[in-house]
Design a protein around this ligand. Sequence first.
Ligand SMILES: [Zn+2]
Length: 475
Amino acid sequence: MRLDRHARHAFLGLGPLTLAAAALPALAQIPAQTPVTPAGKEALAVLEEAVAVPTVEGRGQVPVLADKLKARLLAAGFKPGEVAFTPVGETGYLTARYPGRDRKAPPTLIIAHMDVVEAKPEDWERDPFTPVIEDGYLFGRGSLDNKGDLAMVMATVMKLRREGWVPAHDLVLAFSGDEETQMASTAAMASAIAGAGKVDLVLNADSGGGTLGKDGKPFVYEVQAGEKTYADYRLTLSDPGGHSSRPGRTNPIAAMGTALEKVWAHRFPVQVSPLTKAYLEGSAPSAPAEVAVAMRAIAANPADAEAAAALSARPEYVGVIRTTCVPTMIEGGHAPNALPQSVTANVNCRIFPGNPRAKVMETLKGVIDNPAISIEFIDNGTLESIESPLRDDVMKAVATAVHQRAPGLAIVPGMSAGATDSMHFRSKGIPAFGVSAVFMAPGDEFAHGLNERLPLATIDPGVKQWETLLRTLLK
Ligand SMILES: [Zn+2]
């Protein structure tokens, strides 16, 4: 249900890569490379252990995985009082506090999620909950989303703790247990942490990350610093109905069709934020020429109608520059030979950060311009999104860590279309940055899908990336 790390491929900036990915063979030409460093091997061991626990909603397995992670942290030197699992219904969240030199300073959080999307064994080529290493990948549900980065974070902090490294201030691991579904554990975790005092920032292991080009070489690294607000609106129209042989003047299906046509045709105003400006400027050099021109033009002048039209014509870019609302479902009528008595439709919006959902609803009302049609917001627990102002210290530390494995790689801040755990922190005013250490080809992206897999070659450099990021940011 949630869009998270794969959204960066589906949504932002990767138009040319998306095309390139279609031409890739089923398995990209990544050399089989199992980890050779002790930390990389430990990350793989954590990952294999984690994949084998089916932390799918309803199976009550998140506490089982949390127990295993807790045991590993304690064995690496964390004190019992520093690691806690808090149940939330059948799931829950795990926190581990790594004490820093300044115990009073606001902590830095690393968030990830322990739960995974359902996977039906009969649909998969291999059992989704048995980790299988093949062709340079680890296959299994959650191997990518999000147990891969979770395992790399675990291995990194265990290594640092064993080595006696002490961060500048406290570092807190905060792993949620239902990110893919209700986010109740995330909400509880964010409230508990924010309630306990100020938080410096959140590093999210479940978004951002590196993309490999057609040649298998790193192409771009994205730091997720914002996401659009998700919103569904239900439109309802009723009518007395009657026999279809005697039509009157009104027909709710026809009227709803007119309303939805107007919604479909409506263009929300172009918006450019500091984040999307940095994204547009940073992505232009690697975009096709005509797209690059439009990106630069919009970044310089959001009122450039020609550039807006050029970007809006491309599904992979339209969402970058404006709120989008589209009809996604419709239901109406009750018999082939009866005038319909009611019709309902769903309009799904991805709202540019900073715009209240109530304001978008008012806009839709105005666009529809039919007082007989009622419109209501459907609350599915997602929150209104704000973007995190880019922080120099974070971007510099990310650059140091990323450039170690990929010298000179373009690092671009980005906004994703979906909702990750970050929104629960951003909505509390805590800046959050998606800094996954997974580098992969778009063609290898199977999060939420069949035969999900993680390229093994990303583990050693990924662990190193996390280590350098933490050592730089918290030195
Ligand atoms: Zn995820």
